[in-house]
Design a protein around this ligand. Sequence first.
Ligand code: ADP
Ligand code: MG
Length: 320
Amino acid sequence: DDVIDQIAAGEVVERPASVVKELVENALDAGARRIAIATAGGGKTLIRISDDGCGIPPDELLLAVRRHCTSKLGGDISLVETLGFRGEALPSIGSVARLTLRSRAEGAAEAAEVFVGNGRCEGPRPAPLSRGTVVEVRDLFHSVPARLKFLKGERAEASAITEVVRRIALAFPPVRFELSGSDRSETVFEPGDLPARLAAVLGSEFMANALEVDAEREGVVLRGYAGIPTYARGNALHQYVFVNGRPVRDKMLLSALRGAYADVMARDRHPVAALFLTIDPVEVDVNVHPAKADVRFRDPGLVRGLVIGAIRQALGESGL
Ligand code: ADP
Ligand code: MG
């Protein structure tokens, strides 16, 4: 079972940033409005995520860290609306790190915690916590030296974590995110509307001139903001694309974004954009990879045309 968990971990847990992504998604699935992320050593020594979500009852804590125990799969897998649904993240992380899961379910008299690591499970036992859930991950990959060696330096891993949090923060403007730790300066994204969150994450300079994108084709809706051509970057890092609220890094979508600017931007420059695609869940498969970065559209041509058309129209309307 340990070996199976470690193999599964390879799929879900590549580096500290993927741990942060999974844990923050769990907090969002639990309805959290405030999520605090603390790291040390680029997340290699410590990742701690605290949320004010619905929590987990004491008798479900051990289940949550076992394989394929998800509380989220009600029916058709293609229609899942929560961010997680495989029940793989916590067991996978627990198989390659020391994980403490502490939680107080809504209405529960007290909180409890379980510990997974070093090949054993402990708990549940009573623990102090006034609400929500705290997940602490220590010494990631300490038992898998080959994986540890593969990680980058602390600064690179810390900034990959920042990038994951920025991406998720864009998708959830009403949620407060706090990122802190001994390996970084503190970042807080206060709750607000989408333009406010975009200004906080991408900078008010970007938002000051950004073109509003708002288009629809055959029921597929694209909204968001695209930077003016002069507000371009030397890399494609600041291209944020979301499908039904999930951050994705889909090749087709990113290439469509690029294509939209083909006539107005040098080839070595990259537009800045935050685009939100809303599409009937039956038209899209987000289950291509456990890390859920790629998606498969039933009609990629339609989506590609929508992205290119909508951005070109926005560029055209502003005379660019
Ligand atoms: P999944 O998210 O795919 O269901 P995970 O391994 O990430 O699987 O989590 C297992 C289960 O633990 C979840 O289904 C959920 O019931 C519970 N859980 C995990 N994190 C939290 C959290 N922050 N708040 C409430 N419940 C949580
Ligand atoms: Mg999950």
